[in-house]
Design a protein around this ligand. Structure first.
Ligand SMILES: [Zn+2]
Ligand SMILES: [Zn+2]
Length: 52
């Protein structure tokens, strides 16, 4: 019943997990995702900084 599963950010290159109802982990991802451009994630979260 409880939906506590972590989802991955809707921004494709982003490796972050998102909790709750948000699709994106940050405004940076929301902005990038809405433009549908494949740029490196700029959310500044550790998971993404590692991948650069
Ligand atoms: Zn990210
Ligand atoms: Zn993200």
């Amino acid at each position: 019943m409880a939906e506590q599963e972590a989802k991955t950010c809707a921004h494709e290159p982003c490796l972050c997990t998102v909790a709750g109802n948000d699709k994106y982990c940050s405004d940076a991802c929301r902005d990038a995702g809405s433009r549908e451009v494949e740029i490196a994630c700029q959310c500044q979260h550790p998971a993404c900084l590692d991948s650069v």
